[in-house]
Design a protein around this ligand. Structure first.
Ligand code: FMN
Length: 112
């Protein structure tokens, strides 16, 4: 996480990382070229298996402007244990993905 935050601070990237067991769902926001470069680094990193790109949206405002990478290890329940073993669930519909991060951003505004 430190490595992610340092890289993101340098590049003007913000976002959020949701972790459940060994599954990560991550939102990166910032200028297109630096976000694409960060995504390429993540994809090259051999600690990651089965990296998938779900949604790329042009946005006018950031959801996590104050976070170099908000870490959400447990607060928001997204996948049940059954879902985690069902490979199809890893391909969530774009609207559901947008809602997950919009909700997390709203909840994060109340965190210290
Ligand atoms: C779960 C996870 C999330 C990561 N998120 C980011 C990130 O948001 N930005 C970033 O620059 N690196 C992130 N990293 C680190 C990259 O995978 C990579 O190790 C780092 O960018 C250095 O890449 P390089 O050795 O090719 O320069 C993440 C690593 C892990 C394990």
């Amino acid at each position: 996480m430190l490595q992610a935050r340092q890289g993101n601070q340098r590049d003007g990237i913000t976002g959020a990382l949701i972790c459940r067991r060994d599954i990560y769902l991550q939102l990166l926001e910032g200028p297109g070229p630096v976000v694409r470069a960060a995504y390429d680094r993540i994809r090259r990193d051999d600690r990651h298996l089965d990296v998938r790109l779900h949604v790329t949206d042009p946005v006018s405002a950031r959801l996590f402007a104050d976070w170099a990478m908000l870490h959400d290890p447990a607060q928001s329940l997204i996948w049940s244990p059954d879902h985690l073993t069902d490979d199809r669930r890893k391909d969530l519909p774009p609207d559901e993905l947008r809602r997950i991060f919009t909700d997390l951003s709203a909840a994060a505004q109340h965190r210290p």
